[in-house]
Design a protein around this ligand. Structure first.
Ligand code: SF4
Length: 45
């Protein structure tokens, strides 16, 4: 696994836990085609 600190469902404790590389995400970012955003973060109070 690789280090990654994106706000991604596969990121845990600074590491990428994506094991099965299947199809690219619908929400890719420039550094990773498999990025999937976690549930909406709380913002503000
Ligand atoms: S799938 Fe990509 S963005 Fe998500 S934790 Fe892994 S490397 Fe990071």
């Amino acid at each position: 696994m690789i280090a990654c600190s994106e706000n991604c469902i596969y990121a845990k404790e600074g590491l990428c836990w994506l094991k099965e590389v299947t199809k690219p995400s619908n929400t890719p970012i420039k550094d990773c085609p498999y990025f999937e955003p976690k549930e909406k973060q709380k913002e503000g109070p």
